[in-house]
Design a protein around this ligand. Structure first.
Ligand SMILES: C[S@@+](CC[C@H](N)C(=O)[O-])C[C@H]1O[C@@H](n2cnc3c(N)ncnc32)[C@H](O)[C@@H]1O
Length: 258
């Protein structure tokens, strides 16, 4: 992956692009007059991150452009602020002030909902194995503006880290987070999931390992939560109790630690 700007970038764009490159350890290249298809050829890149006024967009040949958008995260966050229930929050028993480790950040929908719930006294740290997705999400959370201040502020508080969750979990002390959360790529894709299909080409699609769950149980104080497709067998394989109240196609399972 390389990072560049629009044609004739302003100082602020250049600065942001070079900060992203430095933080993510990726190569910053001059845009010159290269069209987007030409950037792939000129620099031999598989993915190109383009920083333009306030926007960060991810390009890959023959793929739709990917740009951060909170999508359902915004809808769920607003519902939560109105005091309406959210099944993920109910199952995890997340409360204000909790520390949440999201082991599968993706496009950050669930992290955002957790961040609204735990508030400024809590913490949401989100791990993403894909270098492209972790940059896109970090930059999206840092700059996306919604009409609800509480939601925009929640985005700014999420810490996005490019890491494999098993490596990261192994490095953590016992009981250092209240909740550890997993939403892996489904073993069989749900083809009507418009939120997930754009990220499939970048995502790490490995199945969750039993060791990751053992580590998560060691690190969590309260709950370990798994989102999965009903009937996938993953809840049983990994020792989660599915949420009996939820009758949707996609459900949450929990391991109670406390
Ligand atoms: C289904 S998506 C998560 C969607 C996310 N919950 C959301 O709300 O947008 C799964 C994500 O987990 C990431 N992932 C898979 N295995 C991982 C691992 N071992 N460590 C960190 N991230 C991982 C994938 O790259 C993918 O982006």
């Amino acid at each position: 992956m390389i990072v560049t700007t629009g044609y004739s970038p302003e100082e602020a764009e250049l600065l942001r692009a070079s900060k992203i490159a430095e933080q993510a350890g990726i190569r910053l290249v001059p845009r010159k007059r290269f069209s987007i298809p030409n950037l792939f050829v000129q620099y031999g890149a598989d993915a190109v991150l383009i920083v333009t006024q306030g926007k960060v967009r991810l390009f890959r040949e023959d793929q739709p452009v990917l740009e951060y958008h909170p999508s359902m995260g915004y809808v769920r966050a607003k519902r939560l602020l109105r005091g309406e229930p959210d099944p993920m929050i109910d199952v995890s028993r997340a409360q204000e002030g909790d520390r949440v480790l999201d082991c599968t950040a993706g496009l950050g929908t669930d992290s955002l909902v957790f961040a609204v719930k735990v508030g400024p006294t809590g913490l949401v740290r989100s791990l993403e194995a894909s270098p492209e997705l972790s940059v896109l999400l970090r930059e999206g959370f840092a700059s996306y503006e919604t009409e609800k201040t509480a939601v925009s502020e929640a985005m700014r508080r999420v810490e996005v880290i490019h890491a494999d969750h098993l490596d990261y979990l192994r490095s953590l002390p016992d009981n250092s987070f209240d909740i550890v959360y997993f939403d892996p790529m489904f073993r069989k894709p749900v083809y009507d999931s418009s939120a997930i299909s754009p990220l499939r080409v970048y995502a790490d699609t490995r199945a969750l390992s039993e060791e990751s769950i053992r580590e998560a149980v060691r690190v969590a104080r309260k709950t370990v939560v798994l989102k999965e497709k009903k009937g996938s067998g993953e809840m049983e394989r990994l020792g989660f109790t599915p949420d009996a109240r939820n009758h949707a196609k996609i459900t949450y399972g929990v391991i109670q630690v406390d």
